[in-house]
Structure formats: structure tokens, C-alpha cells
Ligand binder design. Structure first.
Ligand SMILES: [Cu+2]
Length: 516
């Protein structure tokens, strides 16, 4: 019986692993489709808040569904998964302190169209093939609404989550977080933007309305019929691949879109929604732009940049001034690839948005405030020929006992000791944190004797990493130190690498926030 089941699984995997000719995205004519702007989510009414039945808040119902979408004029419609028939899903617009409820409904089909690896923890073959659970990335959310990876639900089921939004203005995003198949669900399209605003942001008079535009960037691979391809290892018993690099980048769900702009300031809310790809964004005319915010909101002051590095799951709030570029066509590049085009018109309506010299004070947390220091190794486990088979946090697996148990309202320093050859974007749920510094260390001494020997100077965070963060690049061969105050709620959360292939294969651990 077990043998027959295993055989069937392998045949299913083999069936899905059939190599299809991959589309060379460079053969597509660029800049023929207008950039889509995701619709703003509309509430379906109001409902009482859990535990406070006298308080009513906006209630939204978003259904996850399969649909077809034209990602390029010259491609056949692509099968995708999204929210209410779009990927990215509708954008939430809310204000700090304005709580809301979302019923996330799984109305997906019962079989997955991407290759599941049933050998991965949480993706066993006896579980429903299609499962989903939604996490609000960057949200300070009670544990029961955080989208714990094991709290997935099958088609026909739903979960209603409460988002208090008691946090500063920021660009958050929502996405699937299902144990073992998260990389496939997000790749299929289960992600969207969630904007929180507040009076500090309002007072800055930043570009708004049609001059404020979300840019959700996701690299993908398509076959010649325009269908999503996801690679497999070639081993039918373990189709998992350690990372994904697509040859085409969707911007709000289109390949190589264009956007008509006026010669004035625009605010772009950029999300790297890729599974694994680190972005290196520039403008083709070499012009400077300003980063005004990072993951958890506004920076203290604008940071001028010509080149923006953005790890998976990181966000950047940018102001680009097209004044002085009337009539030009400017390409946004992820070096060296083209991503999208800005077509600057000859004339502009009166400029109303501004870019103040200071934005929001960001008080640095003193290191002396930390009552606990944790050394946490990022480890790649290879097979005999050096192929990665698993990624671990502190050599522990998902189902090992919880080891990180911070106390509510206490401050800790986490030292992320990256012994691998890859940079890993590390994300903590519930909290916001600050980056202290990075420093090279000697890997052999650490791996063989557990001894931390530094080999280089302390490197401060980049200027655009000096604000509040929820995801940090832990670079290869370096110790990246962050300082975190565990505020908000007690209960179980997770921290993980946001390379989704790593997260799915053990590079995720629970942590418990304990009461005082
Ligand atoms: Cu990783």
C-alpha cells in the first residue's frame, strides 16, 4: 500500500517535471502593455472585533482563486492564483490604529499546478495538495491572526484574521505562508500590498493619488504558451530546488510594462516579491532618486541613491523626480535587465507634492537596552557533491523544540552568523528592528570550534537601512547584528529566511514571546 502510494507520488511528480521549452523573455517586444495598478480593496461591511464585541471595524472578504491573466500582449493568458481574480491582489488602504478584519477564503482548485516536493516537512503526500494560509508581512498582529504556517486551510475553507494596525505608516504586504509549499503558492501569485498611513506621513505632503504607485516586482519563468514554469531538481524523489532565478520580471503582474508619467515627482512603493532574487535597481538615464522609507516606514531623512539593492521581501519607498526629463523615455532596470519604462510627458499639472529634508525621527535603540544576546547560525547542509539539500537556522529543524523565547517588552540583540555562501534575507514576524552592524568572521573557527573570530572591521548599516526594518540581509561570511524590542503580543510566531525555497526547506523556526 505504502509502496503503491510512493509510486503514484513519483509518477505525479515525474509528470509535472516534464521539461517544457522555456520562453526567452528577451524575444518579447518590451513596453507594449500599460502598467496595471491593483484595485483598492473594498470592505464588505463592518463586524465586531474579537473579544471587543462593541467595537466594529471594516470587514473584508478576499477569495483566493485560479484565473487567467495576460502578462504580455503577445502571450496567451497565463494561469495564476490570486485574490478575487488578480495578482497582485487588491491593495489594502488603512490608517494607523484603524483595525480591520479579513476573511481569507480558499476557493482554489484541489490540485496544484506546480511541482510539490512531498519529502519536505509539512508537504507530505497524505495532506491536501492545495492548502493556503495568509500572513501579513510586517504586521504587528495577534498570534492567532498571524498566519502560522501550520494553520493552513484547504479549498472550501476560510480563516478570518484581525489586523489592529497599531503601528506607524508603512508598506506591508500579504502573502501565502503555508508550510512546505509556500514557494509554490507565492510563485502562483498569492501576494498583495497593504498600506498603513498616519498623520506624520500626511503632514509631509508627499506625492499622492495618481502620483503614488505601488510596484510589485516578481521574477518568473514562462513557457512558450505563456504558462508559469517552476524548475525541478531532476531527482523525482526530491524535486526541490535551492533557489529560483527567473528570466522575466512581472511588475504588478505584467512583463515589461510602461507607465505614462508627468515631468514631476512620483512616489513609488516598491516590493521585491521574488522568491529568491535580489534586485539591483537603476534608471537608464543614470538619474538619482531618493529612498524615503524602508520595510517599516519612513526613514529619518531622504537617502539619495542611483542604485537600490532590495532583497526578497524588502520594501523601498522611493521618490523619483521626472522634472527636467520631459519627453524622455526612462527604463527601470534590474541590472542588466529591463523591467519597465517611464514615458515622461512634455507637460505637467501643477506640482503639489514635496520632498521635505527630514521625514520622521528614528531614535536608535541603545545596545545596552538588550537583556539577551543570541548567536544564531545560518547553515547550508550539502550532499556529498556539494548540492544544497537543506537550510537550517542554528542547526535546528522546524519541528525541534522552540529555543528562542524572548520576554514581552524586552530588548534582545540577535547575531545572525552566516556560515553559508549565500546572502539570506532574515525576517522576524510581529516585530520591527534596527540593524546594528555587519562584520566578517572566520568560518572555519566557528564551524569547527564554535569560536567567533572577526576578520574585518565593523561595517555600519547602509544609510537606507537606518530606519525600522522587518527583513535584513544577512550577507555571506558575515555576522549581521540586529536589535529587537519584542512588543505587542505574547504567543507563537516565526522567524525565517525569506528566500522562499530556503524557508520551505527548514530555514524557518518558531519563536515564543513569553509574558513577563
Ligand atoms: Cu536563505
Amino acid at each position: 500500500m505504502a509502496g503503491a502510494l510512493a509510486l503514484r507520488q513519483n509518477m505525479q511528480v515525474a509528470d509535472k517535471a516534464v521539461a517544457r521549452p522555456v520562453l526567452d523573455a528577451n524575444t518579447l517586444l518590451p513596453f507594449v502593455d500599460a502598467l496595471p495598478i491593483p484595485a483598492v480593496a473594498r470592505p464588505n461591511g463592518t463586524k465586531p472585533v474579537p473579544f471587543h464585541p462593541s467595537v466594529h471595524v471594516p470587514f473584508y472578504r478576499l477569495a483566493m482563486r485560479e484565473f487567467e491573466s495576460k502578462v504580455h500582449r503577445d502571450l496567451k493568458p497565463t494561469r495564476m492564483w490570486g485574490f478575487g481574480g488578480s495578482s497582485p491582489g487588491p491593495t489594502f488602504e488603512t490608517r494607523s490604529g484603524q483595525g480591520l478584519l479579513v476573511e481569507w477564503a480558499n476557493e482554489l482548485p484541489r490540485s496544484h499546478f506546480l511541482p510539490i516536493d512531498h519529502g519536505i516537512h509539512g508537504a507530505e503526500a497524505n495532506l491536501p495538495e492545495v492548502r493556503a494560509v495568509i500572513h501579513l508581512h510586517g504586521g504587528k498582529v495577534p498570534p492567532e491572526s498571524d498566519g502560522y504556517p501550520e494553520n493552513w486551510f484547504a479549498p472550501g475553507k476560510s480563516a478570518t484574521y484581525f489586523y489592529p494596525n497599531e503601528q506607524d505608516a508603512a508598506m506591508l504586504w500579504y502573502h501565502d505562508h503555508t508550510l512546505g509549499i509556500n514557494r509554490l503558492n507565492v510563485y502562483a501569485g498569492l501576494l498583495g500590498v497593504f498600506l498603513i498611513r498616519d498623520p506624520v506621513e500626511d503632514a509631509l505632503n508627499l506625492p499622492r493619488g495618481r502620483y503614488e504607485i505601488p510596484l510589485v516586482l516578481c521574477d518568473r519563468m514562462f513557457d512558450k504558451d505563456g504558462q508559469l514554469c517552476y524548475p525541478v531538481s531532476g531527482n523525482p524523489r526530491g524535486p526541490w530546488v535551492s533557489e529560483f532565478a527567473g528570466n522575466a520580471t512581472l511588475v504588478n503582474g505584467k512583463l515589461f510594462p510602461y507607465l505614462d508619467v508627468e515631468p514631476r515627482k512620483y512616489r513609488f512603493r516598491v516590493l521585491n516579491g521574488s522568491n529568491s532574487r535580489f534586485l539591483d535597481l537603476t534608471l537608464s538615464n543614470g538619474q538619482e532618486f531618493c529612498q524615503i522609507g524602508s520595510d517599516q516606514g519612513l526613514l529619518a531623512a531622504p537617502v539619495p541613491l542611483k542604485d537600490l539593492q532590495l532583497a526578497p521581501a524588502e520594501r523601498a519607498d522611493l521618490v523619483v523626480d521626472f522634472a527636467g526629463h520631459a519627453g524622455e523615455q526612462i527604463v527601470l532596470r534590474n541590472n542588466p535587465f529591463q523591467i519597465m519604462q517611464f514615458r515622461v510627458s512634455k507637460t505637467s499639472a501643477a506640482e503639489t507634492g514635496s520632498l521635505p529634508a527630514t521625514l520622521r525621527p528614528v531614535a536608535r535603540i541603545e545596545e545596552s537596552a538588550a537583556i539577551q544576546k543570541r548567536q544564531l547560525a545560518l547553515v547550508e547542509v550539502d550532499d556529498l557533491v556539494g548540492r544544497p539539500v537543506q537550510m537550517l537556522l542554528n542547526n535546528a529543524r522546524w519541528r525541534d523544540p522552540v529555543t528562542e523565547k524572548p520576554i514581552l517588552n524586552s530588548t534582545e540583540v540577535w547575531e545572525l552568523i552566516n556560515t553559508s555562501d549565500d546572502s539570506h534575507p532574515i525576517h522576524l514576524h510581529l516585530v520591527r528592528f534596527q540593524v546594528l552592524d555587519r562584520r566578517n568572521f572566520e568560518r572555519f573557527a566557528f564551524q569547527s570550534r564554535g569560536e567567533l573570530r572577526f576578520t574585518g572591521p565593523v561595517t555600519p548599516p547602509d544609510p537606507n537601512e537606518m530606519g525600522w526594518k522587518d527583513t535584513v540581509r544577512a550577507d555571506a561570511g558575515m555576522v549581521t547584528r540586529i536589535i529587537v524590542r519584542f512588543e505587542g503580543y505574547t504567543g507563537r510566531y516565526v522567524w525565517h529566511c525569506h528566500i522562499l525555497e530556503h524557508e520551505d526547506n527548514e530555514m524557518m523556526r518558531p519563536f515564543d514571546v513569553l509574558p513577563k
